[in-house]
Design a protein around this ligand. Sequence first.
Ligand SMILES: Nc1ncnc2c1ncn2[C@@H]1O[C@H](COP(=O)(O)OP(=O)(O)O)[C@@H](O)[C@H]1O
Ligand SMILES: [Mg+2]
Length: 239
Amino acid sequence: MLALEDLHVHYGRTPAVRGVSLNVERGEIVCLVGPNGAGKSTTLLAIAGAVAAAGGTIRLDGAPIVGRSPEAIARMGLSLVPEGRHVFTQLSVEENIRLGAQMRADRAEVEQDFQRMLVEFPFLKGRLATTGGKLSGGEQQQLVIARALMTRPRLMLLDEPALGLAPLVVETVYRILRSLRDAGLTLLVVEQSTHRALANADRLYVIRSGAIALHGRSADLDEDAVEQAYFGYARTASG
Ligand SMILES: Nc1ncnc2c1ncn2[C@@H]1O[C@H](COP(=O)(O)OP(=O)(O)O)[C@@H](O)[C@H]1O
Ligand SMILES: [Mg+2]
């Protein structure tokens, strides 16, 4: 569904992404995991068309998308949930959800989708008139996922959805992401935690200094090997 080949992105003269190749198949959760500054957010922004690629190709269902506008890429079925959640704190919860559907003209189906969000995220039901800023961090993360779902994406990109959340809330968020995957959605999720990536992704890519250091199926990867790739050194063998 999504294929990156030799993607390069620079900020001015500084390279941030240096030849990343990865792919995401329909119906899987893929994690892009790496330390702070590795180039994870830049990779997602380049896929969504929000930063320009300096080289390489990005294909969505086979169609090259480098150079297309973020709006055009969104219309192809891609939705980005950026880092930091971006709830509109002064707007009501309902307005926040409905913002996701502002590009859609199919009113009856938007209404169905809105009702579905209240089933999918039951806590939203009693909070529709509350301003977004009054929700907890975990509730805000679920709200932005609901907003993104209102665009009817086929592919969802999430940038550090677990950031700043308590462990139990992180588990709730990932349970939602896994159930979306089970319902047929395709997800590319940026993570800083190798543990969470291994626990939740079907496959993962470790990115360090703008390049992929290791990739594979979570079930096949050894946690120590993932950490070595992540930190960029070989640990002293123990035992
Ligand atoms: N807007 C920007 N201008 C200049 N440099 C940036 C900008 N955004 C990120 N960078 C740099 O690009 C590199 C990759 O950043 P980023 O993609 O945000 O990494 P990550 O999401 O993995 O933490 C880092 O060295 C970072 O300092
Ligand atoms: Mg980032």
